[in-house]
Write a protein that binds this ligand. Structure first.
Ligand code: PLP
Length: 394
C-alpha cells in the first residue's frame, strides 16, 4: 500500500517547484506564486482519476471525514452507522461532530454488511459511514439501495482503498461523499493530507468553506471574501499538495504493481487447504493493498500469526488484537474519554459503548489476518516470501 516506497525525482521536482517558484499557501498570493497551484492541480487530477465532479484537498483523512459529515448535514444528535473494524478516526470524526456512532456488523467483505446496516437503522439514523477496509470494498449496490430507501447519507471512507473501484466506478465516488487519506503510510501520500470527493455541488461548496473558516473562495482578494458558514482550518499546504500530485500521477502504476504482487502470493496460498480469502464484491476493482485471509478458528489464527512472524513473513496484521483497528480494544472510545466534555456526553440515551455486541464481527475478525502488499518487492523476495509462508503453515 505505501507510496513512500517509490519516492523519486518526480516528488522532489514538484516540491522544489513550490520552493523555487511558488508559494506555500494554497489560496491567493497571485503575484508571488508564478502560476503555481499544486492543490488545485491535484484536485483536478483527482476529479479526472476518480470520475468525480468535485474534489477538495485538505489536511488529513480524519479532517476529510469531519468535513464530509458537516458538509452533508450530519451533526448534533444524528446517528451514524459505523463498523467496529476500522481506524479510530472513523469514530472520532462522528463524535467530534456531535453525532452518535452506532456500531453495526461487518461480513466477510470486512466492511459493513447490508443486513448489519438494516438492523442498526432507527428514526435518528442520518448517515452510514461505510469503510472500505484494507484495499477492497463493501457490497455497495445493496448498501446504496438501503441508504436511498431510508434517505440516509452514504459516506464512503476510502482512506485505505485509494485507487480501488466497484463495477467501474472509483471507490469514494459512489455514495454522496467520499473520503481519502494521503497520510505517510497510505497508497499515495502527501506527507499529511486527504481529500473529499463528491458529485454534489452543495457538499463540495460546504467542504471547501468548512476547511477554511467558511471562506467562499470567490474572487482573488482573500480579505474581501465573505463567510457564509463557520468552519475550521483543515487546509493543506502547497508543499504537501506538491508531493501528493507527483504521487497521484503514479497511482495507476502503484495499483498495477500491488495487483501483480498480490496475485503471486494469493495463487501460492490457494493451495493451503485451511485458508479462505476475504470476500471481494468486485475482484477487478480490488486496489490490492492487502492480502486478507481467514482460518477456521481463533486458536489456529493466533498460532499461524505467530508462525508467520517466526518465519520472517513481516507486514502481517492480526487486527482482532490490534489496538487501533477494532472496537474491542478501544477502551478510550468505549468510555468516551476526552479532556473536555463533549456533545455526546450530554446525550442521555446514547449507546453504552462498553457493552456493544457484534458477535458476527468478532467471529470474523478473530480468524482474520491481513498481509501488507509492498511495491518494492523483487521477484526473488516474493518467491522467498511464498516459501516462508508455506513453512509457517506446515
Ligand atoms: C488512515 C485512515 C483514516 C485517517 O486518515 P489520516 O490521514 O491519517 O487522518 C481514516 N480512516 C481510515 C479507514 C484510515 O485508514
Amino acid at each position: 500500500m505505501p507510496g513512500f516506497e517509490i519516492f523519486g525525482e518526480e516528488e522532489k521536482k514538484e516540491i522544489a517547484d513550490v520552493m523555487d517558484n511558488g508559494f506555500i499557501f494554497r489560496y491567493n498570493f497571485d503575484p508571488v506564486r508564478n502560476g503555481r497551484w499544486k492543490a488545485k492541480e491535484m484536485e483536478a487530477l483527482l476529479c479526472e482519476k476518480m470520475g468525480a465532479k468535485h474534489a477538495h484537498l485538505l489536511s488529513s483523512g480524519t479532517a476529510a471525514l469531519q468535513t464530509a459529515l458537516a458538509a452533508a448535514g450530519v451533526g448534533a444528535g444524528d446517528e451514524v452507522i459505523v463498523p467496529p473494524f476500522t481506524f479510530v478516526a472513523s469514530i472520532e470524526a462522528i463524535i467530534m461532530a456531535g453525532a452518535v456512532p452506532v456500531f453495526a456488523e461487518i461480513d466477510e467483505t470486512l466492511c459493513l454488511s447490508p443486513e448489519g446496516i438494516e438492523a442498526a437503522i432507527t428514526p435518528k439514523t442520518k448517515a452510514v459511514n461505510v469503510v472500505h477496509m484494507c484495499g477492497s470494498m463493501a457490497k455497495l449496490d445493496e448498501i446504496k439501495a438501503i441508504c436511498e430507501k431510508h434517505s440516509i447519507v452514504l459516506l464512503e471512507d476510502a482512506c485505505q482503498a485509494v485507487g480501488g473501484s466497484y463495477k467501474g466506478q472509483a471507490l469514494g465516488s459512489i455514495g454522496d461523499v467520499g473520503c481519502f487519506s494521503f497520510d505517510s503510510v497510505k497508497t499515495i501520500t502527501c506527507g499529511e493530507g486527504g481529500a473529499v470527493i463528491t458529485n454534489q455541488e452543495s457538499i463540495y461548496k460546504n467542504s471547501h468553506m468548512f476547511t477554511d473558516h467558511g471562506h467562499d473562495h470567490v474572487g482573488s482578494d482573500r480579505g474581501a471574501e465573505s463567510h457564509p458558514i463557520m468552519g475550521l482550518n483543515f487546509r493543506i499546504s502547497e508543499l504537501n499538495a506538491a508531493l501528493g500530485l507527483a504521487q497521484l500521477r503514479k497511482l495507476d502504476d502503484i495499483i498495477a504493481t500491488q495487483r501483480k504482487n498480490k496475485t503471486a502470493i494469493k495463487e501460492a496460498m490457494s493451495s493451503i487447504e485451511e485458508v479462505s480469502f476475504r470476500e471481494i464484491p468486485d475482484p477487478e476493482g480490488d486496489s490490492a493493498g492487502f492480502l486478507t485471509f481467514m482460518l477456521s478458528s481463533e486458536e489456529r489464527t493466533v498460532e499461524v500469526n505467530k508462525k508467520l512472524a517466526e518465519n520472517g513473513v513481516d507486514g502481517c496484521f492480526y487486527w482482532y488484537i490490534n489496538n487501533w483497528h477494532y472496537l474491542k480494544n478501544w477502551q478510550h472510545i468505549q468510555n468516551l474519554e476526552s479532556p473536555a466534555r463533549l456533545p455526546i456526553h450530554l446525550i442521555e440515551d446514547r449507546p453504552d459503548y462498553t457493552k456493544v455486541e457484534v458477535p458476527k464481527s468478532d467471529d470474523i475478525m478473530s480468524r482474520t489476518i491481513s498481509m501488507l502488499i509492498k511495491l518494492s518487492w523483487t521477484e526473488e523476495e516474493i518467491a522467498q516470501r511464498i516459501e516462508n509462508i508455506k513453512r509457517a503453515f506446515s
